[in-house]
Design a protein around this ligand. Structure first.
Ligand code: ATP
Ligand code: MG
Length: 366
């Protein structure tokens, strides 16, 4: 999208549980940041998940997908809740989430793990190890063992029951995720670590070969390779060594959850899912938190930071993204906390009030 337009259509999918509460805050933050940075938004609020099931009978209405596809980016709250837990698979809210990821053809999942200086003690690691961690896991999302064929149940030559899956990667699937990862590393510290199991798995051998070849196009990025067993140790031993990590679907699933526990603050972590040309999907990593929904207790920071990722990785509006990230730091510096990140000596506020405080920080920051 050309920068001269500076007008974007954003699909908002509040979803269920705390989703609407945190999306409302993120929308206000986008609007205010936009007015300060010369960006205009047309918001389209659509149904997804349980909310869509109740209203239309399906978790992803056709209209939601078509509006999402036509927009410049999609911001999602959270999906699911007790109410629909016993539904059949095709009538589960979570099915709507899988369907929209598929519909938007997003193959790159970005999950930063940032330890905010004000929240170091939430980390599961020792302070001196956690302090200053700021890494990004880029996970391939649409290939690998979760989708490879053949798969299924059967019997082996002894008549014993078996289950089997297949790890497959085609060259183009590796190449496109590698390009995304190198470009992200360029925007960050310029270091990319590709994680694989190339000592054992053929799919990983091809992965390493293709990633190494693509590195030639990014001379400003320093590429390293690591086996996944070592990477899972290094993440706990000395996470500061990592800037950007790129890995396949299953390794990324595991490593991104491991990385999130370094921060220990589920309410602070955003994510982005990107495709080739269409809109990206941006959402907090936390779920719908039905235990606190409707109580004004939700931490909106993860969704606000997802909105910042939307600006940086979805629209190329880096300056506006930075303004939001600085506002989050400023709000934390002023000691304002929701219950999930509260500690002695800080000020406990609800979701709405924290939202208002973030807006103040957006205004006051330059
Ligand atoms: P899902 O299956 O939808 O991913 P989940 O069971 O994995 O849900 P979450 O919904 O993410 O988990 O919630 C896990 C715990 O963290 C809950 O106790 C919830 O209240 C808390 N939690 C999650 N997100 C937030 C948030 N934004 N603010 C405050 N607490 C949160
Ligand atoms: Mg979950």
């Amino acid at each position: 999208k050309s920068h001269s337009h500076r007008r974007y259509t954003i699909t908002l999918l509040p979803g269920d549980g705390i989703g609407p509460e945190v999306i409302s805050v993120a929308k206000d933050v986008l609007l205010l940041t936009g007015s300060l940075e010369g960006i205009k938004y047309d918001f389209r609020e659509m149904l997804l998940g349980g909310a869509a099931l109740d209203a239309t009978g399906v978790p992803l209405p056709e209209e939601t997908l078509s509006v999402a596809k036509q927009s410049d980016a999609v911001l999602l709250g959270a999906i699911g809740g007790y109410k629909w837990d016993k539904n059949e698979k095709h009538l589960k809210p979570e099915t709507g989430l899988l369907q929209i990821r598929k519909g938007l053809q997003v193959f790159a999942n970005l999950r930063p793990a940032t330890v905010f200086p004000q929240l170091v003690d939430a980390s599961t690691l020792k302070r001196e190890i956690a302090e200053g961690v700021d890494l990004m896991v880029v996970r391939e999302l649409t290939g690998g063992i979760y989708f490879g064929k053949p798969r299924g149940f059967g019997t082996n030559e002894n008549g014993e029951e078996i289950g089997y899956n297949t790890e497959v990667y085609a060259a183009h699937e590796i190449d496109r995720i590698a390009h995304v990862a190198f470009k992200i590393a360029q925007k960050r510290q310029g270091r990319l670590c590709s994680v694989d199991k190339a000592n054992v798995l053929e799919a990983s051998m091809l992965w390493r070969k293709r990633v190494s070849a693509i590195a030639q196009k990014y001379p400003d990025v320093e590429l390293s390779h690591m086996y996944v067993d070592n990477a899972s140790m290094q993440l706990i031993r000395y996470p500061k060594q990592f800037d950007t990590i790129v890995t396949n679907n299953i390794f990324g699933d595991i490593l991104s959850d491991e990385a999130s526990m370094i921060t220990g603050s589920i309410g602070m972590l955003p994510s982005a899912s990107l495709g080739d040309s269409g809109p990206g999907l941006f959402e907090p990593i936390h779920g719908s938190a039905p235990d606190i929904a409707g109580q004004d207790k939700a931490n909106p920071f993860a969704t606000v930071l997802s909105a910042a990722m939307l600006l940086r990785y979805g629209l190329g509006e880096d300056k506006a993204a930075e303004r939001i990230e600085n506002a989050v730091l400023d709000t934390l510096n002023r000691g304002l906390r929701t219950a999930d990140i509260y500690s002695a000596g800080t000020k406990l506020v609800g979701c709405k009030q924290l939202g208002e405080e973030i807006l103040k920080s957006v205004e006051s920051n330059v």
